[in-house]
Design a protein around this ligand. Structure first.
Ligand SMILES: [Zn+2]
Length: 415
């Protein structure tokens, strides 16, 4: 069996424990030994010298959009021909792994089968990429986020990057279709976005019956559900229906926070700070001028989000980095900026941030006992980082600092 020994390294095991020096042995796809102080036998193993470096679990992105092509608008996603779109998605999957992200939970796919075929190719070992939970297109209501149909255009039934469903029967139909195609997740746009022109970030746009219909199909089919939910009522609706992967949650009020705290053993919040932050501070080349940012309420939305996430942190609600990368102003390859934002903007400690990106990442992937930590029996998804990401979290944005990237016990990058 293939054996790799990472010797004499500093282990940051993802659990939240202080780093310690150790040897770590990988056999096949799993970690089989973690020897504090070192001293594991080196025979019959490929030995990697980890001196001066930190060995940590691979990073986990819980709001990935591998098929989003760094385009400046949602309509540009739709107009991309499928041939080019597949190639772009393949490249993005490799980029995620090159950046140390060994697992991705997809927050939606730009075309119905893009996530699914790329996941299948990765799982078959034919394509480099992270472990991947595939999603379908965003499911939205008429006039909701992603409904970019225009009444005067001839093809109003052609799906955009979101699929429009009104009423529980239409939601069931789309969900069943996605199950048939092989999706791991559904994405519901439960609240509006930011306005104007779409000014419903502060309220739910889906009905209880529509959310319940998606949950009914999900539970019957073993599929999980995530939601775009910015408003307080949309967050409460998610929790009430057992929908535990909640994106944004900017306007969660005290009642929503109480509900999240009471259900924190199965609920996750992913603010997707990267996208909003970049729009507010670095998006002027793509139309997010200071005037537009103000007029659309984006700065207010970001400020509220920062306050809300701080309150969630104090309540012990799991808040995970992961930032909606795949737009022109928030491109692929910059994912680890979200870790810095957790520290600099949200006030999380570097340790809290890295636990959220590793151990809690394993939890949101649905594999808490085998993913996201360095322990015997866990899957060998590992990063060897030159230096110490706890004292300098920006190290994780530097691809040259990632000396070793291992997924499933196989080296994607060697020193
Ligand atoms: Zn997203």
């Amino acid at each position: 069996m293939d054996r790799t020994l990472i010797a004499n390294t500093t282990v940051l095991d993802g659990s939240g424990a202080a780093p310690f020096s150790a040897d770590v042995l990988v056999e096949g796809q799993r970690i089989v030994a973690v020897q504090r102080g070192g001293g594991l036998p080196r025979d019959e193993a490929r030995v990697i010298d980890g001196a001066g470096s930190t060995l940590m679990p691979g990073l986990i992105e819980p709001h990935g959009h591998v098929s989003y092509p760094d385009a400046p608008s949602n309509s540009a996603f739709t107009s991309l021909p499928p041939e080019e779109h597949v190639l772009i998605t393949m490249r993005n999957a490799k980029t995620m792994l090159d950046c140390g992200y060994t697992s991705v939970l997809s927050g939606a796919s730009a075309k119905p089968r893009l996530d699914i075929v790329i996941r299948n190719e990765i799982n078959a070992g034919r394509l480099p990429g992270p472990r991947y939970l595939a999603n379908g297109p965003e499911i939205t209501v008429t006039g909701g986020l992603g409904d970019e149909n225009e009444l005067h255009l001839p093809h109003i039934e052609t799906p955009t990057f979101a699929w429009v469903a009104d009423g529980p029967d239409e939601v069931r139909k789309i969900c069943r279709l996605l199950v048939r195609e092989g999706t791991d997740l559904f994405k519901l746009n439960v609240s509006g976005h930011a306005g104007p022109p779409d000014s419903r970030a502060d309220r739910a746009v889906m009905t209880d019956a529509e959310v319940a219909a998606a949950m009914e199909i999900a539970q019957a089919s073993g599929v999980r559900v995530c939601a775009h939910a910015r408003s307080a009522d949309s967050v409460k609706m998610c929790v009430r229906h057992g929908l535990g992967i909640i994106y944004h949650a900017n306007f969660a009020d005290e009642e929503a926070l109480d509900l999240l705290e009471a259900n924190r053993d199965w609920c996750f919040v992913v603010p997707a700070l990267g996208l909003s932050y970049q729009a507010c501070y670095a998006g002027s080349d793509w139309g997010f001028t200071p005037e537009v940012v103000r007029a659309r309420g984006l700065m207010k939305q970001l400020e509220v989000s920062i306050d809300t996430m701080g309150r969630m942190r104090k309540r012990g609600i799991r808040v995970l980095p992961g930032g909606d990368y795949g737009f022109a102003w928030n491109p692929h390859g910059t994912y680890a900026r979200d870790l810095l934002l957790f520290v600099d903007v949200l006030g999380f400690t570097p340790m809290e941030t890295l636990v959220a990106a590793t151990r809690m990442g394993g939890e949101i992937m649905g594999r808490p006992t085998e993913l996201g930590q360095i322990k015997p029996g866990f899957l060998a998804d590992l990063l060897l980082v030159d230096g110490d990401p706890l004292t300098d979290i920006k190290r994780l944005q530097d691809r040259d600092a990632l000396l070793v990237i291992m997924k499933d016990g196989r080296l994607h990058k060697s020193p």
